[in-house]
Write a protein of this length. Structure first.
Length: 575
């Protein structure tokens, strides 16, 4: 972060922020336990690159953008990783006489002098932005296969049953597990899979919803790695025939992370899957989740109601829990009592009472929900409606003055209603209590660093033509204030976007994910259809006539806006 004196000078002179506004923001930042600079960047008051370009003039050094810049491994390693992280400095280029250093503090003379002595090169100093430094630091962990601790394990001997506890505390095993975890964080993985085969152990990460191989290890170390993870998760070392679940926390730089661990016996040993959860992660806003203006308004209206039911549906891994946490984040105020029952608790949220089900002692969703109703809640979140009993209690809670949020596994919004009726819920109860149903999927976003315009390929055109004609697409785009030019009169001539692939996105053309949504508002007319036990097709047809945008259409709009690709939308919506 910039020194406060320089920051204040820039904000008042360059960005025309008054002294009063600066003080108000400083107080707000103090209450939120944030740096004022971070607060202004987060809320969009100032642009990071503009701010640091202006700061570079004051420091009298050039500015450098590191995003997308190729840095050779031998240049990067001129600055040791611990020093780079502690002092926020990265070497990104060198000549025969100079080393080019990107820094956040060009006045850190001590670090500059140390690197001058260490490299015997003259430092040339550049200012860069915090996000660019953060991305550059990730490159120290870019090549897991060449990690020293991993290469040490290649020729190790197999670990016996009696030596598991000892192996779990030996440095080579500790280092390999730590390296695997750290690398997963820097890669942006959501899950780590450690899978034994007959002759080796495969490590895979799930990044943006897609599994990819990271490395293979000798089978001899499988027992030690699993033992180390069991020790961290406080699980039984000598249990190999039953599934085990646990959890542990680590800290990488200043970020606290939690890993949810699942270990199951498989043919060649034990398979470990670790779900990576960022502790203290703030709920995303509806805009960040990817709601278009119309659907966002429907969600905002639904959560403003004092009672009723909000259902989020979709398959496993479609982001339902993230959406629920975001809605709870908006609702989480000091004057309301919020209780959740989950399996498992994914994120700990301050100000919310969270319970985890435990079927071994009979604490199920239904039992917990009954208990909640004696706890004077205003808002209840049920992790998932799995059976008739849970559905009935949730609906009765919504009837008696509570706002109930929950998830269900269905393919789209209209299908949810017949599914609940099939569970044995009376139609009039469902019609009376349901506010909205949000169906969703996650699509990969286009990497901003290598995004290019392109026209659709023949196979994508053929698939789209089965679903829409050009007139329907034009009407959809017009409804979302997207104007096509006169040349875009056919599917093959409409300009869309895709990522060509670059170093920043691992040559995938994608970076990050966003939701596509279908929102069914339960108004009087839809309620009448529910009472008549109408099937999903009838409800969908009626909702479409009233202006409901399907997930496919929502994705099509985001593809035209350059957020995702048509291929991604077709991939996740294909039934």
């Amino acid at each position: 972060m910039l020194p406060e004196k320089i920051l204040k000078q820039l904000l008042t002179k360059k960005f025309k922020i008054s002294e009063t506004d600066f003080k108000a923001n400083a107080e707000k930042a103090k209450k939120l336990n944030k740096d004022i600079e971070q607060l202004l960047l987060d809320d969009g008051t100032v642009d990071e690159m503009e701010l640091y370009t202006a700061a570079a003039e004051i420091f009298e050094v050039p500015i450098v953008a590191l995003k997308g810049v190729e840095i050779k491994k031998e240049v990067l390693n001129l600055v040791p990783a611990p020093l780079a992280q502690t002092h926020q400095v990265v070497a990104f280029n060198k000549t025969n006489t100079e080393i080019h250093l990107a820094m956040l503090d060009p006045q850190d003379i001590q670090t500059i002098e140390f690197l001058h002595r260490k490299t015997a090169l003259t430092p040339k100093i550049f200012l860069t932005t915090p996000s660019d430094i953060k991305e550059a630091l990730h490159r120290y962990h870019a090549d897991l296969e060449s990690d020293v601790s991993i290469t040490q394990l290649k020729d190790s001997e197999e670990i016996g049953e009696n030596d598991l506890k000892k192996a779990a505390e030996e440095m080579p095993i500790i280092n390999i597990v730590n390296s695997t975890l750290e690398h997963a964080v820097y890669e942006g993985a959501s899950d780590i899979h450690i899978e034994p085969t007959e002759k080796e152990v495969t490590v895979r990460y799930r990044v943006d919803g897609i599994l990819k191989n990271v490395m293979t290890l000798p089978k001899t170390v499988a027992g030690g790695i699993v033992a180390r993870i069991k020790v961290l998760s406080n699980l039984k070392l000598d249990e190999h025939m039953k599934p085990q679940d646990g959890r542990f926390k680590i800290q990488i730089q200043e970020e606290k992370l939690s890993f949810r661990v699942s270990i199951i016996p498989v043919y060649d040993g034990e398979k470990v899957v670790m779900r990576l959860l960022h502790e203290g992660q703030k709920p995303l806003s509806l805009d960040q989740l990817g709601f278009l203006p119309g659907p966002r308004k429907l969600v905002e209206q639904a959560i403003e109601k004092p009672h009723g039911m909000i259902l989020v549906t979709g398959p496993t891994g479609s982001g339902k829990t993230t959406t629920l946490y975001s809605l709870l984040g908006i609702l989480n105020q000091p004057d309301v009592n919020i209780s959740t029952i989950e399996d498992p608790i994914e994120y700990h949220v301050k100000g919310i009472n969270q319970s985890q089900i435990n079927t071994q002692v009979g604490f199920t969703f239904a039992v917990g929900l009954r208990a909640f109703l004696r706890q004077d809640p205003d808002i209840i979140m049920v992790g998932e409606i799995r059976d008739q009993e849970t559905a009935e209690i949730a609906i009765h809670a919504a009837m008696t003055g509570h706002l109930v949020l929950s998830t269900l596994h269905t393919n789209d919004a209209p299908t949810t209603l017949p599914r609940l009726l099939d569970m044995g819920i009376a139609p009039f109860l469902l019609a009376f209590t349901a506010n909205i149903i949000v169906a969703q999927r996650l699509v990969r976003k286009i990497c901003e660093n290598c995004k290019k315009e392109y026209q659709l390929q023949k196979n994508a055109i053929a698939e789209l033509e089965k679903l829409f004609d050009i007139k329907q697409i034009k009407t959809l785009f017009e409804g979302q204030n997207i104007k096509l030019n006169s040349k875009e009169d056919k599917l093959e001539s409409i300009t869309f976007y895709h990522g060509e692939g670059c170093r920043r996105c691992g040559n995938s053309g994608h970076k990050g994910r966003i939701g596509i949504y279908e929102i069914l508002e339960i108004n009087k007319d839809i309620a009448q259809k529910i009472n008549e036990r109408a099937n999903a097709d009838v409800i969908k047809k009626y909702a479409r006539e009233q202006g409901m945008i399907t997930m496919l259409e929502d994705g099509l709009v985001k593809a035209k806006q350059g957020i995702t690709t048509i291929e991604e939308v077709l991939r996740v919506t294909r039934e």
